[in-house]
Design a protein around this ligand. Sequence first.
Ligand code: AVJ
Length: 361
Amino acid sequence: MMQAKQPEGRAALLHKKNGVRKLFAPASRRAFQDQGHPGRRSTDESRPRATEAARISAGERDALIAGLIAPSARLSSKYFYDSLGSRLFEAITRLPEYYPTRTEAAIFARHAGEIAQAAGTGSTLIDLGAGNCEKARALFGALRPAQYVAVDISADYLREALACLQHRHPEIAMTAIGVDMSAGLSLPPSVPAGKRLFFYPGSSIGNFMPEEAEDFLAGLRQQCDEDGGLLIGVDLVKDKSIIDAAYDDTLGVTAAFNLNALSHVNALLGSDFDLRDWRHCGFFDPELSRVEMHVETRLEVDVTWPGGARHFEAGERIHTENSYKYRLEDFSLMLQRAGFRNVRSWTDQRNWFAVCHASIR
Ligand code: AVJ
């Protein structure tokens, strides 16, 4: 776990309100601020407030606040992915401990021929959570899609990636769609109805609760004609120590990724989370078969935003992510309950990760 440097002695870490440690009496507190103490944020001016707050809808803001003030505070994992967060995730995929991305890539590389045989060529490849579009690009040769539709929450990041990709593959029609899929997916009419191949790699399906995952898959099934299909990656249950290391790496990149969600929330909400007060917490719970990520406060703090506030006791957590791990048999059954048939799967030699293809008929 990443241990950030403690800026002050232990006594100073007892309670903090409005960004100022309560240790100081009001007069000395002012003197402290006026000196512009290095490394200490002295005023609110350094925080992005109203300008960025405009980028969140009223409904989304309400949902975000509801999570923050809930007795067990929670924050949707979609808040990881601002432009820095998307780049931090990309860095995670290159960490030695983070096995999913490279294991999945090895499965795609090794079984590309068989996968293409199952999935067919000339499809409209719909990449759900496309990110840097690397995974789809690696399959273009085998799948030879007629059209590529990249869907992701961070549209700016997506457009950059797609511009570069279109340049390299002028033969494939490409579209970028920026949507939040956590509320289900709806495609614009410009995406042809026939021969849709939904591509959902990376075990992103693990972010859903299992019941929601099944509903989401059933929703994809509904958006396929009879000639459609699904190509999906899923992380499998394995030894706890391997999973723990993947979600709490020694470099602290996952910690930065997790804490960055608070900085993203500050920008959206105008809140005053001080990232130095929070630590990363990520572990596999074998009972629930999921990784849980939390941010945990090192001390008692009050976090405020325009129109609201939340008190956190020392050690209190905000739950930021679930990442479910499946048994292949269970996952295959889920695909079938969602309305898919002919489930085929490919795994690595250690059985750490699986790629599944399923069709409609
Ligand atoms: C993008 C959801 C697949 O759960 O492994 C990586 C996100 N969180 N490290 C995952 C993540 C912490 C990732 N997914």
